[in-house]
Design a protein around this ligand. Structure first.
Ligand code: AMP
Ligand code: ZN
Ligand code: FE
Ligand code: FE
Length: 284
């Protein structure tokens, strides 16, 4: 069984359409794939309709949150939400608010660049982004305009939090997000919490507290995690009785990682699927 529980489509900042994503997942030899676009379920229906025989689909999302950093200051955190009921009103309203924040924030960053003389058209960037606008959309515009050689260079030089054009957005407090996902029948899993290259880390004690509020799991095997940090997270998952997952965080051509490059243990996946009451895994 090969299980990849974290991927992005064109419904957010990936480059495969949801239909291409599930077809590519089957071609990559996966048995289970989760679609986890940022702050949206917009890709779910297309992925379900295109699901190849033999592949199971986990409907999910990656939610933009704010937690407490290990230095005591707020830190952006990504929280994976799996198999929740998309009709839960409170959660649906919060997703809509997050997407509006994304649009406002990306426009602000694009306008700062234009004001600085960079060949960036904020309207065109937003139009290219669709419903869940993210920095990768701006990164691609910068590459196409010849400002930087690659998406990766755009992130290190221009789009980083300490960079000249960064704008904040108001993400969901982590505790509230964990509770909302549980209320909607879903399972929450902290994404890449020790991805050091993205910035400061979430405090381990914050994770311990989230576990008492209904957090379901930790993403342990992730391309941005060192071996040492995987050990730390594995021990923490054991200590707290949390599910441990592994995933590629595939973004199509926006990143070099391939589907299935990191995977989740079948027993951990069974536990996750068994906890959810929102929507079922499809195709199993
Ligand atoms: P945002 O959601 O707008 O804050 O942008 C963050 C997104 O950019 C996440 O999905 C990351 O996976 C992606 N990202 C971060 N760093 C890079 C990078 N160096 N190359 C490509 N994508 C990146
Ligand atoms: Zn992304
Ligand atoms: Fe993420
Ligand atoms: Fe992601």
């Amino acid at each position: 069984m090969r299980i990849d529980l974290h991927t992005h489509s064109t419904a957010s900042d990936g480059t495969d359409t949801p239909a291409e994503l599930v077809r590519n997942a089957a071609a990559a030899g996966l048995d289970v794939v989760a679609i986890t676009d940022h702050d949206t379920t917009a890709g779910w229906t297309e992925a379900v309709d295109a699901l190849p025989k033999g592949l199971s689909l986990v409907r999910g999302m990656e939610m933009s949150c704010i937690g407490l950093g290990d230095d005591g200051w707020p830190v952006p955190v990504h929280l994976l939400a799996y198999l929740f009921d998309p009709a839960d009103r409170c959660f649906a309203d919060e997703r809509e608010r997050l997407r509006a924040e994304r649009v406002d924030r990306l426009r602000m960053m694009a306008e700062l660049m234009r004001a600085d003389g960079l060949p960036i058209d904020p309207d065109a960037v937003l139009a290219s982004a669709g419903g869940s606008a993210g920095r990768p959309h701006l990164a691609r515009a910068l590459v196409e305009a010849g400002v930087v050689p690659s998406v990766d260079a755009a992130f290190t030089e221009l789009l980083a939090p300490h960079g000249p054009y960064y704008a904040e957005k108001a993400d969901t407090p982590l505790r509230k997000a964990v509770e909302m996902i549980a209320t909607a029948g879903g399972v929450s899993v902290l994404a890449h919490t020790r991805a050091r290259k993205r910035g400061r880390l979430l405090a381990l004690d914050d994770i311990r507290e989230l576990a008492t509020l209904g957090l379901g799991g930790l993403e342990i095997d992730h391309p941005d995690h060192s071996e040492a940090d995987r050990v730390v997270l594995g021990e923490l998952a054991n200590e707290l009785g949390l599910i441990g997952t592994g995933s590629s965080d595939y973004h199509g051509a926006n990143k070099t990682i391939r589907l299935g490059e990191f995977t989740t243990d079948p027993a951990q996946f069974e536990e996750l699927a068994g906890k959810a009451t929102g929507v079922p895994v499809i195709g199993s």
